[in-house]
Design a protein around this ligand. Sequence first.
Ligand code: ZN
Length: 304
Amino acid sequence: MNLATAIQQLSQEAILKQQRVRTRLAPTPSGFLHQGNLYNFILNWWLARAASGSVLLRIDDLDRQRVRTAYVDFIYRCLDWLELDWDEGPGSPYDLNSQWSQEHRLPIYRALLQRMQNYKLLYACHCSRASRSLKPCACRYQEPLQQQKEANIKLAMPEEMDICDKDSVSGVLLRFQDKPEDPMVWKKNDTPAYHLASVADDLHFQVSHVIRGADLIPSTLIQKQLAHLANLPAFEEVSIGHHPLLHDAQGHKLSKSAGSRSVKPALQEDPGSFLRAFAAWAGLPHADQIQRITDILQIPVDKC
Ligand SMILES: [Zn+2]
């Protein structure tokens, strides 16, 4: 199944079930967005708009050390350029800091941490990065979690991984091949780690559908497992699908950290050719007719 067909089927299913669709754009401002990030945003926007749903902009800025104003500004420049609109979330960098930063939601993350602690899912890990490279962490078997300060907090994954999740894009049943390393859920600098914050935010904002890159399949499984263990059925029901990653001419995955193919040069031009390239990638027919982002919604379902 190509991406265009998958998006259109997901939106049709939601309409038939009278399901409220809410997707989210969740950039991390630790580098300049690249083409793959924007393709991901367009897919999420497309699904929401095709199902008359809503789009949340959630800028994942928990890692304050790596956040730069220029990266945040660039997110807005890209969204403006694409004319990609959203319904909830910060309207400007100022709005992000004053109202929407993840720092404002720390009580929500702490509540989920406490819930997991109540279910006795957590343990403190005192291993340093260096010691972990020498021997596997055995902290899980040493001491129960007493206090949360000055240690990383990890989620104890069950010996038998009992979670599997159907990929809403490919239809493939996702499951752990092997038991993964226990994921960190809270850092010793007293901030939430990615998996906990992401689950808490998706629940808080009532996100119904997530389309993300295939590199996040392990994260999807960890987050579904976390929700299962913490008895959070609302997250278990979130529809999550994965799209293939974009590669550069050398076959390398596009990534911010590698500084690969930024979209900066494209921003000097009309977005039409970028959108047509996206539509061709997604397998949307008549991609040559697309001038603006809203044109993506005009291609009839039966043509896919
Ligand atoms: Zn440890």
